[in-house]
Write a protein that binds this ligand. Structure first.
Ligand code: IMP
Length: 428
């Protein structure tokens, strides 16, 4: 399978990094296609934790060329911080490529993010305040500055100055503190110089690699229900994490993609505001957060938690052409006496199997659950699907039955190797 896309099937934090880490073994290129340092990827290797926001987690393999493609918005302080941290731990980052077409994030984007959130009062989106939305807005307004612009240092410097002066007017109008323009220009001149060797024509690079028989792994950040078009608007991110975004975000065409892996946790979490049909406000919700360590990698915020929602997953299959699922963190359900799975919604007395197209309706639906007895044993050490207790197998089989695509990977713990390969019940 030359080109595989990995996409979150819920609201993010599904454990994509671990699956990407596993799939990276068979891929020569690991490519981020959207989002920015709002993402947080954690991989645990030999007990050591690597938390990455921008650089594809494939960097932890020597054979992988990590690529930040054109659809990503790049925060340079974060990028260099990651490069330095990885270097200090002996990881070579010299192979990293950053698309010349990728837009850069500047301090005014962060200022605008904070102002926009403050102006929303009680109706905040709960963004990561990293400037992601404003950076994509500038891209759409055609005033963005791109990675390729650093290759002409003089022009880059004047572009930064021009934008900083213009943005200061808007920041001051909104009651914010103006930026120190000279300081911003000086810092970004230095960042630009440091970025230059990493800048590449990644569209040609990826097509040439494909033509030469290399395998590419396209890594989505955030997730399906944070998609700007298909998520719970306006409580979404400002890019398209859905698999279609992998084409626009890399320059590969739809027919180049062979396989789309959806990542879902065995329950659901969400960070930030917005509707969440299976959200729990009781002790079970607390347990999911505590046992699942559901705190944001980037912002440290406590995540909201609830049962697995298969109405969402069915929609994720459609939106992304998912070919298979990876079901992560099944072990977090080990201690529950009963486990619930939402298979449909009820709205005003009617049963809905399809995901509603409007956020205000998603906010009103009631989940209909299939209730299972818990399996009452620890899955962590299990490495073979046949070792799973029958009730845990049943859980996976319900997911496959309701969603209509196979589960291939089941996560049973936090470490790199804590997973097992699952084959559909028919095949086992
Ligand atoms: P933004 O991407 O910072 O604009 O935030 C928009 C929404 O997406 C907020 O609800 C964030 O909490 C959420 N979000 C952004 N990135 C991630 C992520 O990587 N995981 C989970 N939620 C995210």
């Amino acid at each position: 399978m030359p080109v595989t896309v990995v996409v979150g099937a819920q609201w993010g934090d599904e454990g994509k990094a671990k699956v990407i880490d596993l799939l990276s073994k068979e891929h020569a290129y690991v490519v981020r296609y959207q989002g920015g340092h709002n993402a947080g990827h954690t991989v645990v290797v030999d007990g050591e934790k690597y938390a990455l926001q921008l650089i594809p987690s494939g960097i932890l393999y020597d054979h992988v060329i990590p690529v930040i493609a054109n659809g990503v918005v790049v925060d340079l302080p974060t990028l260099f911080n990651e490069i330095d941290t990885l270097a200090s731990r002996g990881i070579d980052t010299s192979q990293l490529k950053v698309s010349s077409l990728a837009h850069l994030i500047f301090p005014w984007h962060q200022a605008h993010d904070a102002i926009a959130e403050a102006m929303r009062g009680d109706d905040k989106i709960g963004t990561t305040l990293k400037g992601i939305g404003p950076a994509y807005a500038d891209k759409a307004r055609r005033v963005g500055i791109r990675a390729g612009d650093v290759l002409n240092a003089e022009r880059f410097s004047s572009l930064v100055r021009e934008r900083a002066l213009a943005e200061n007017v808007l920041i001051e109008q909104a009651g914010g503190d103006p930026l120190d323009v000279d300081d911003v220009v000086a810092r970004f001149e230095a960042f630009g110089e440091r970025l230059a060797p990493y800048v590449a024509d990644t569209v040609s690079l990826l097509h040439d690699a494909l033509a030469a028989g290399s395998h590419l792994l396209l890594e989505g950040a955030q997730a399906t229900f944070l998609d700007l078009d298909h998520g719970t608007y306006p409580y979404v991110t400002s890019s398209n994490p859905t698999a279609g975004g992998a084409c626009a975000g890399t320059g590969l065409g739809p027919r180049d993609i062979d396989r789309v892996v959806g990542i879902t946790k065995a329950y659901t979490t969400r960070v930030g505001a917005g509707p969440f049909p299976t959200e729990l406000f009781d002790g079970d919700g607390e347990t999911l957060v505590d046992v699942g360590k559901e705190y944001g990698t980037v912002t440290g915020r406590r995540r909201r938690a609830g049962w697995l929602d298969l109405v969402m997953l069915r929609q994720a299959v459609r939106l992304n052409s998912l070919t298979e699922l990876a079901l992560t963190k099944l072990d977090i359900l080990d201690g529950f006496e009963t486990v619930k799975i939402c298979t449909a919604y009820r709205l005003d007395g009617e049963v809905l199997r399809n995901y509603p197209d409007r956020s205000d309706i998603v906010a009103r639906v009631e989940p209909i659950y299939e209730v299972l007895d818990g399996w009452g044993s620890a899955l962590r050490e299990m490495r073979d699907a046949d070792q799973l207790p029958d009730l845990a197998k049943r859980f996976v089989e319900i997911v496959e039955r309701e969603v209509g695509i196979p589960v291939r990977i089941v996560g049973v713990g936090a470490e790199r190797d804590d997973y097992l390969l699952w084959s559909t019940s028919a095949a086992r």
